[in-house]
Design a protein around this ligand. Structure first.
Ligand code: COA
Ligand code: ZN
Length: 313
């Protein structure tokens, strides 16, 4: 058995935030409750952003209040600013996931302020709440920005270091618009390990250009043991041109399981939930394994095969 890999399911946050049709609160709660039984280390339940910016997640308080929390699963929430932190704290999350972009243009598009303003605001959140709740910081556009292009690794490391200096528990390095390739990922992971050996490091990939699972593998082979994934491969940032789905959790888990990694996930439970997802969002979803079945799900041979066996025996 290879290393243990831990999954953070982000479908009800990253996955839903760009969906045009509001998913009723009861459906979100039922989905999270079902996912809680599948072996996830974390579930990113929702986001305490402005309801005008992300109408889909306007029911954050209600969702957090209604889910059944399973011991051993951490329920994390995205927090964009101090106002979001105040709202989030009241619903007793296991973690705050703060977010800012390493690209100035993407930060202005997504969070409507320069990076230095975001950093100052997030520092305030950490100073005020860091003693009460573990803090993770998700850095967006770490492998490239759809508006600026290349984002140098030194730039990513600089922002990572500034948050590490504030005492955060973890960092999520996000490929927000699927620009990363496996070679770049391996380099980034080596650098992250050497610079931040004591931080919880998570990689967050999108499959925008079909490189998602290759990037997961490159990161796992570089020793990364935490990944964000979105059921069905839903997702994307509404403020990043051309954004599309995250890596599909079930496809990544299926691949890593097949290769002998210990994901601790129950795919037998997860796949039926993934198969129900198109009904929840009202359209087909990109994930593959829910459609095709696992490599261990065998099909009966056609009757002609038995006849041919006889003929050739
Ligand atoms: N929760 C609820 N409402 C919030 C809020 C929060 N965390 N932060 C701001 N608001 C409200 C304000 O009350 C204000 O409402 P009003 O117009 O009715 O007075 C409005 O949003 C604008 O507030 P302002 O302080 O000017 O913030 P902003 O316009 O600069 O927006 C963000 C800042 C970050 C809250 C907003 O841009 C946002 O939520 N963006 C989406 C980020 C995101 O989740 N992206 C996808 C994930 S990567
Ligand atoms: Zn994402």
């Amino acid at each position: 058995m290879k290393q243990k890999i831990l999954f953070n399911e982000v479908v009800t946050r990253d996955g839903f935030q760009m969906e045009p049709e509001f998913v009723p609160t009861a459906n979100k709660v039922a989905l999270i409750n079902a996912l809680s039984q599948c072996g996830y280390a974390k579930i990113e339940v929702t986001s305490f952003t402005s309801a005008k910016a992300i109408p889909m997640l306007r029911d954050a308080e209600e969702v957090m209040g209604r889910i059944e929390r399973v011991p051993g699963v951490e329920y994390t929430v995205l927090v964009p600013n101090l106002r979001g932190a105040e709202r989030a704290m009241a619903s007793r999350p296991d973690e705050f996931n703060l977010v800012m972009s390493t690209s100035e243009t993407h930060n202005l598009a997504n969070l409507r302020m320069p990076r230095e303003h975001s950093y100052a605001a997030l520092r305030e959140v950490i100073e005020r709440y860091g003693a009460q709740v573990p803090i993770n910081v998700s850095l967006s556009a770490c492998f490239g920005c759809p508006m600026e292009g290349d984002v140098p690794q030194a730039e990513v490391m600089q922002w990572a270091q500034r948050f590490a200096d504030l005492g955060v528990r973890g960092l999520t390095i996000c490929d927000t618009t699927g620009m990363a390739h496996p070679e770049q990922v391996a380099q980034m992971c080596d650098l992250l390990h050497s610079r931040f050996p004591n931080l919880q490091l998570t990689l967050h990939f999108h499959n925008t250009r079909g490189m998602g699972l290759a990037n997961v593998l490159a990161a796992a082979q570089s020793g990364i043991d935490r990944f964000d994934g979105s059921l069905g491969g839903l997702g994307g940032c509404p403020y990043a041109p051309g954004a599309s789905g995250n890596i599909s959790s079930e496809d990544a888990i299926h691949m890593l399981d097949a290769m002998g990694y210990d994901t601790g996930m129950d795919l037998g439970r997860l796949l039926p939930i993934a198969r129900d997802l198109p009904d929840i969002v009202g359209h087909a979803v990109p994930g593959q394994v829910a459609k095709s079945g696992r490599i261990t799900d065998l099909h009966p041979a056609p009757p002609s095969v038995a006849e041919l066996r006889k003929l050739f025996s």
